[in-house]
Design a protein around this ligand. Structure first.
Ligand SMILES: [Fe+2]
Length: 452
């Protein structure tokens, strides 16, 4: 007799007796009652299992939302989301694609289960393939390889495109791909949900499952949509945080440039030091994050001069012992100001050490060689070159080749020789000395260059 719960068949209850025994009507009634009790028990257990899975999934979703809310590291947040997408859905491949506003192309920002080469090389135009469709329409999709979503069939989209799309994703694992595409025995299931905020779609979260063991349902789609919202929040947080950071740096840079405009000799100095520092850093193949820190540090390295008397700052002549001592407080003061900005601790270290000499005879701490942060050693060279090639109240500017010769002379004492090499290489690649207007002959002879 059937084990049924409402209209759903759950199984069969079979009882066998040797002939010629015949079941009596009360026995049949009793067994029917057993079958319906079994159905209730099975259904309860199934519901309990489902609720346990749902609760675990929602708990995981909640955990992800907590880590996203507290994480300012975008890459880490997106990695967490792709990991959670696989855990929750039981899928094999998860990827987050982000839209480049200029090229209108999607590239993969985070992925699980894909080869690095696929992650690096995948590019999908808006409107193309599944991800392109999801971004274009701002709607999510749930589909199987053989059953392309109805909405896609209505668009100029065909099964062939779907196969190409999967091939792009699964090229890293041709065997699994082939298995997934043959005979319908191992169907490929996929869900794709848009990353959207304030009505704007700027990415897609894709999850694929291969093989018969996992089929996606509407519930999976809802969970993936939940994770896609978390990814959108992470992106928005990171964009806002970057905006706050750059506003802060811009405010401090405006302050630094106000300081410079008081002195016609140093006007634009920080911007030029920033450009030189970045050029040297790129020649030394510093990673992007270090170049960004150096960019802020270079722009703000002399901020501490705010505490130096104008009379000392603009003095046309040799500084007295006391004036020199006052002037020498400025790197530490720059560092102190930048320390208050919580996202600029590394920039604070660089600005605070931009007058340290390679041989240890600089200030404020007399650090030497590798003990001086590399960014500060770069700043020192860029600052010196910029100061030497600009007029100062106490001397006229040098021509570039003179300044380079002077800097080379102090490689190993004041300057890091490797940084000097990078400066020379950067300048010879970006501009030739002939391009500079002829300078007035330098008064620089044999003493270390004064750069502040
Ligand atoms: Fe300085």
């Amino acid at each position: 007799m059937p084990v049924r719960a409402e209209s759903k068949s759950l199984g069969v209850l079979a009882v066998y007796m040797r002939m010629p025994y015949r079941f009596s009507p009360p026995e049949i009634e009793l067994l029917t009652s057993f079958a319906s009790q079994a159905a209730i028990a099975v259904e309860r257990v199934q519901m309990l299992e489902k609720n346990t899975v749902d609760a675990a999934n929602y708990e995981r979703l909640h955990q992800v939302s907590k880590t996203v809310a507290s994480s300012l590291e975008l890459k880490q947040a997106l990695d967490n989301i792709t990991t959670a997408a696989l855990e929750i859905s039981g899928g094999d491949v998860a990827s987050i694609m982000l839209l480049d506003a200029e090229s209108q192309e999607l590239t993969i920002a985070a992925a699980r289960g894909l080869a690095d080469e696929v992650v690096r090389s995948t590019r999908v135009k808006v409107g193309e393939g599944v991800a392109g469709w999801v971004v274009e329409h701002g709607q999510s999709l749930l589909f199987q390889d053989g059953i392309v979503d109805r909405r896609l069939q209505e668009s100029p989209y065909r099964k062939g495109h779907f196969t190409d799309y999967l091939r792009t994703f699964l090229a890293s694992d041709e065997k699994r791909f082939t298995a997934g595409m043959t005979g319908g025995q191992s169907p490929i299931w996929a869900v794709s949900a848009p990353l959207a905020m304030k009505g704007k779609t700027f990415g897609v979260l894709n999850v694929h499952a291969m093989g018969p063991r996992r089929r996606f349902s509407e519930a999976d789609l809802r969970l993936v949509e939940g994770l896609a919202s978390q990814a959108a929040i992470a992106l928005e947080n990171s964009r806002l945080y970057e905006r706050v950071q750059s506003l802060f740096v811009e405010t401090l840079a405006a302050l630094a440039s106000t300081l410079e405009t008081k002195d016609p000799y140093t006007k634009g100095h920080s911007e030029r030091v920033r450009d030189l520092s970045v050029g040297i850093a790129r020649h030394m193949a510093l990673p992007d994050d270090q170049v960004n820190v150096l960019r802020s540090a270079a722009l703000l390295h002399d901020l501490g001069k705010i505490g130096v008397d104008d009379a000392v700052l603009h003095k046309n002549g040799i500084l007295t012992h006391e004036e020199k001592a006052q002037m020498q407080l400025h790197p530490a003061a720059s560092g102190k100001i930048l320390e208050y900005v919580d996202f600029l601790p590394d920039a604070a270290r660089l600005a605070g050490a931009h007058h340290e000499w390679y041989d240890g005879s600089g200030y404020p701490n007399g650090l030497a060689g590798e003990h001086i942060p590399l960014g500060a050693r770069i700043l020192m060279v860029a600052d010196a070159y910029e100061a030497m090639t600009s007029d100062r109240p106490y001397r006229v500017k040098m021509e570039p080749q003179e300044a380079i010769a002077a800097i080379k002379r102090y490689a190993g004492t004041q300057f890091d020789p490797k940084v000097v090499e990078a400066l020379v290489s950067f300048l010879s690649g970006s501009e030739t000395p002939e391009e500079h207007p002829a300078g007035v002959a330098s008064k620089f002879v044999g003493t270390p260059p004064r750069i502040s």
